[in-house]
Design a protein around this ligand. Structure first.
Ligand code: ZN
Length: 521
């Protein structure tokens, strides 16, 4: 195009020169040969006109073009010179609530100058609260106010938690699935227990919960429908029962309960017979629940003669019932009845009181008739050694007259440890305790005091004074008085307690270990 327009310009110049040459020559010489015809001139003019018309296009458009270029260059320059902020890293940025927001960074440039540190960062970002936040990066200087922003999304991506007390429950085969206690906690929403959906599916309890941000978790609890627990048998009465030879065994009873089947007492089977002859027997109680869980408990039955105990040794766990100061009508005879009924032998330290037939009965029924002195008057028996032996002989003769038996077992009134004798004869107990042994007597004190001659005025007091002081690790010589109604009334219970607790009963005999107090006078 540029080449074409130059050519046309040159042609125009050439045409103009030629035209002025011809005019000049025409006017100088004015020869007809040189004069152009009217037709020729017209043609030439048209040619020039047309060339001009064509060539005129370029010279007219050029200025606008340059203006545009200059404008573009100007805008480019302004752009290059304008301050710029560049956001680094992701935009938007997603973080979890409570997570620390670390800005991925930004850069500021102005022409070739780094203006990063002139950029102010502003944000209302609260990472403890779910939401969409803007971080604004701003550069303000003179006429410039450049802003860029980054979006920060604070979200809850943390699953809630269902807390169950157990992952497996065991119930009876026919039980309804019980209500399960559970809790659902979301770190952001807090307690969302009420949003938990509970479903039962076959042998599972399915729990599911979603928090407000749709984080969903599930939990399952397996339901085991097998009865794994053994039934329980409870024996009434004692685990060990002591019986007298010839006595009959009365089953004290039992109950059987199962966690699933309930009361299954009627399913209990009992194995093992109890004979009435001496020996140890075992009774086994067995029960099986409907799931096949079996329980067996045992009871031991000891059948023995309570008077089987052979004296001579210390006699651990043996009870010696001893009755002083009798006999007495109304009490001694009743005591003998009870002893006969219970099959127990005892020892009576008699005086000269009461009817003879009671002493006879004691002897005939196999009890030990022992001597306590005739008068039982302290002022009499402890006034002198001779007076003591006189008194003792009198009761000894009484017994011998009634029974024909020469009693050698004695008990001092007040016991060998008494101090009342001091009032009548100083040191007499020291003398007497030695002398009686030399004369072939054996004297017995006691180590369990029923206190029936002291403060124990009721049968209950007598009972507890006795049973609370029994011991398996020694022989128990019990001080009682057959003249006391409260003793008579407590005797049956004392004997039965002793039997149930496995004590043996014995009577004092010549070779029985002597329980003696220390002498105080
Ligand atoms: Zn007495």
């Amino acid at each position: 195009m540029a080449v074409d327009s130059k050519k046309k310009k040159d042609e125009i110049v050439k045409v103009k020169k030629e035209s002025s040459k011809k005019k000049a020559s025409t006017s100088k010489k004015k020869t007809p040969k040189e004069e152009l015809t009217k037709t020729n001139i017209f043609t030439e003019f048209t040619q020039i006109f047309e060339i001009k018309k064509e060539a005129n296009i370029l010279p007219k458009k050029n200025p606008k073009y340059y203006l545009l270029i200059i404008l573009i260059i100007l805008i480019g320059l302004i752009y290059l010179m304008w301050p710029k902020i560049t956001i680094l890293g992701d935009n938007p940025v997603t973080i979890n609530y409570n997570e620390v927001y670390n800005d991925p960074g930004y850069k500021g440039k102005w022409i070739f100058k780094d203006i990063t540190n002139k950029i102010k960062v502003k944000s209302k970002l609260n990472t403890t609260k779910i939401g969409t936040y803007k971080v604004i990066y701003q550069f303000k200087y003179s006429i410039f106010n450049i802003k860029k922003e980054r979006t920060v999304l604070v979200v809850d991506n943390i699953d809630p938690q269902i807390i169950v007390p157990t992952k497996e429950i065991n119930i009876c085969p026919n039980d309804e699935i019980p209500e399960i206690k559970f809790e659902a906690i979301d770190e952001y929403d807090g307690d969302i227990t009420d949003k938990v959906i509970v479903n039962h599916y076959e042998d599972k309890i399915l729990l599911a919960v979603s928090d407000n941000s749709n984080n969903t978790v599930g939990e399952e609890i397996t339901v085991d429908r097998t009865d794994k627990e053994n039934p329980k048998i409870e024996l009434k009465g004692k685990e060990t029962i002591y019986l007298s030879v010839g006595g009959s065994y009365n089953e004290p009873g039992y109950t059987a309960k199962d966690n699933c089947d309930g009361d299954i007492t009627d399913k209990v089977e009992i194995f093992g017979d109890v004979s009435t002859s001496a020996g140890e027997y075992t009774r086994a109680y067995s029960v099986t629940d409907s799931a096949g869980n079996k329980t067996e408990v045992k009871r031991k039955i000891v059948v023995r003669n309570y008077n089987l105990y052979n004296s001579g040794s210390i006699g651990n766990g043996v009870i010696y019932l001893t009755f002083d100061d009798g006999p007495s009508e109304g009490t001694t005879n009743r005591i003998l009845d009870i002893l006969a009924d219970e099959g127990i032998k005892a020892t009576f330290f008699v005086t000269c009181r009461g009817p003879d037939y009671l002493i006879k009965r004691m002897y005939d029924e196999g009890h030990t008739v022992a001597l306590h002195t005739c008068s039982h008057e302290y002022s009499q028996v402890y006034s002198s050694v001779d007076n003591y032996f006189d008194d003792l002989n009198r009761v000894s003769n009484r017994v011998k007259n009634i029974t024909g038996y020469d009693a050698k077992i004695i008990r001092f009134p007040g016991g060998s440890s008494n101090t009342i004798s001091r009032n009548y004869s100083y040191g007499i107990m020291s003398t007497l305790t030695g002398m009686v042994l030399d004369k072939g007597y054996r004297y017995f004190d006691w180590n369990v005091d029923s206190n029936d001659a002291g403060g124990a005025g009721s049968s209950t007091q007598v009972y507890y004074n006795v049973i609370n002081n029994l011991s398996y690790s020694r022989s128990n010589v019990i001080l009682m008085h057959d003249i006391k109604p409260q003793t008579r009334d407590a005797l049956r219970d004392i004997i039965q307690y002793g039997k149930q607790e496995g004590y043996l009963f014995g009577k004092l005999e010549n070779d029985t270990y002597m329980i003696r107090h220390s002498v105080n006078n």
